[in-house]
Write a protein that binds this ligand. Structure first.
Ligand SMILES: [Fe+2]
Length: 449
């Protein structure tokens, strides 16, 4: 027995050596030299243009023009195929860089793949990815407002990723503080910081107010990520296992330079939610991601935010003199959105199901058949602007505010199956500070509106 197991070890070692040699011989590509303008950096994955977890988009940045950007991808290092990339140019007259992307489709469930990024003469190191098992539960890391400096929660997020605790990241805006800071160097540094995670699992983002850039073009956000060509990443949707995710740009309601796009986004949201609601048999959960929440019981921030005020344009609509247009709360309610995750406020706040300022259901950590959307704010991942604070209980906090935590952390959102999902808020030290469960006795939401 001893000699048999020894032989199998030797055979396995030989197979690895042969696969490595054949990969090297098959490609004849040189490794990159550091500092070359064509050197790939900031490699990250995303789900693009409504694709699902059977596909993946690989993106990376070069500081100079690359003639033939390519990805080599396959189920073994000696079975790599070459795919040509498309390129987006970032040019704000101060800095240029180039984001290259390739979308791979029809990936197998629960499988290992290998890829490298580069061009027709040089290739990066090989990166290994595992596609999720869509028959198992899926956990998403959810957070907003994570900067490059003072990124308090990031060591814990990285540790949890290394231990396989989540399979996708949902970063709900305010990225890097700021992507465009220091002539966009801050964006490069942040994308380098998250690369360890983002080159192996999808890193989905929403736009926040810190993505505006000094010239209010949102150009770093538009050109660094590959999420939707239609809106240049401002709003889009994608599917993951049992969940349909819709990403909404709250900034359309708060930045006058974006107001021309408000109507198009509203039409997109309405149509997307209507279709998703008809597809509950395949994807029973509908989850919205946006930078700002409808409600908050944080200390008011007049002129900058409206979540603690009686009227909020994103929630209630824009007043055109005779009526309110484009309000989102009615749509979320009508089409039975299950969860709404946001950031912006640098704290964690969990709400009982609520609609138009009214709580639906009992105060319990298990939400059984919620009759309104379940909202969670987690803009507490850590950034140079510190933590947010709450109103004192006797100064009119919201009656449906369930849990309020002014500490650094992030959330793990787990979809266990078609009827049960949980949220756990994890502190920067790895402690669970809040946990709750949503149970639907039927994949379809209870009729609303
Ligand atoms: Fe923000």
């Amino acid at each position: 027995m001893a000699s048999l197991s020894h032989s199998s070890v030797v055979l396995r070692a030989l197979a690895v050596i042969l696969a490595t040699l054949s990969a090297a011989l098959a490609h004849h590509k040189d490794p990159y030299k550091r500092g070359d303008l064509a050197t790939p950096s900031q490699v990250h994955l995303s789900l693009y243009n409504g694709t699902d977890t059977r596909s993946v988009t690989i993106s990376w940045v070069t500081q100079g023009v690359v003639k033939k950007p390519q990805v080599e991808f396959g189920s073994a290092t000696n079975l790599l195929q070459t795919f040509d990339a498309t390129t987006m140019e970032f040019d704000n007259r101060e800095r240029k860089f180039y984001t290259h992307s390739v979308t791979l489709t029809d990936l197998a469930n629960d499988s290992v793949y290998f890829y490298g990024v580069g061009n027709d003469t040089s290739l990066s190191e090989m990166i290994t990815i595992n596609t999720p098992n869509l028959h198992n539960s899926t956990t998403y890391a959810v957070y907003g407002d994570l900067g490059f400096d003072d990124a308090h929660s990031f060591p814990q997020i990285k540790k949890d990723f290394d231990e396989g605790k989540f399979q996708m990241v949902l970063h709900v805006g305010d990225i890097a503080y700021d992507l465009g800071g220091h002539s966009s160097d801050r964006g490069d540094e942040f994308m380098g910081m998250i690369e360890h995670i983002a080159k192996r699992i999808p890193y989905q983002v929403a736009v926040g107010n810190h993505e505006a850039d000094d010239d209010r073009t949102y150009l770093n956000y538009r050109k660094r990520f590959k999420l939707s060509d239609l809106s240049e990443n401002m709003y889009y949707s994608f599917n993951s296992g049992l969940v349909h995710f819709l990403v909404v740009a709250s900034e359309f309601y708060y930045d006058a330079t974006l107001s021309n796009g408000l109507e198009d986004q509203y039409k997109f949201v309405k149509q997307d939610l209507a279709l998703a609601n008809l597809n509950r048999d395949a994807r029973p959960w509908i989850v919205v991601l946006s930078h700002r929440n409808f409600y908050c019981s944080n200390t008011p921030d007049p002129g900058f935010d409206t979540c603690s005020e009686e009227f909020s344009p994103m929630r209630d609509g824009i007043n055109n003199g005779s009526k309110f247009n484009y309000g989102l709360e009615n749509l979320f309610h009508k089409f039975g959105v299950d969860f709404f995750f946001a950031g912006h406020k640098h704290s964690y706040e969990r709400f009982y199901p609520a609609f138009q300022g009214k709580m639906y259901g009992p105060k319990s950590d298990t939400y059984l058949d919620p009759e309104a959307v379940v909202m969670v704010t987690q803009g507490n991942a850590g950034c140079r602007n510190g933590l947010g604070h709450f109103l004192k209980p006797n100064t009119g906090w919201l009656p449906f505010s369930a849990v309020r935590i002014s500490e650094y952390g992030y959330s793990q959102f787990t979809v266990l199956n078609s009827t049960t999902a949980t949220v756990k808020m994890i502190s920067e030290k790895g402690r669970i500070l809040d946990s709750f469960t949503v149970v639907k006795s039927n994949p379809r939401p209870r009729r609303r509106g």
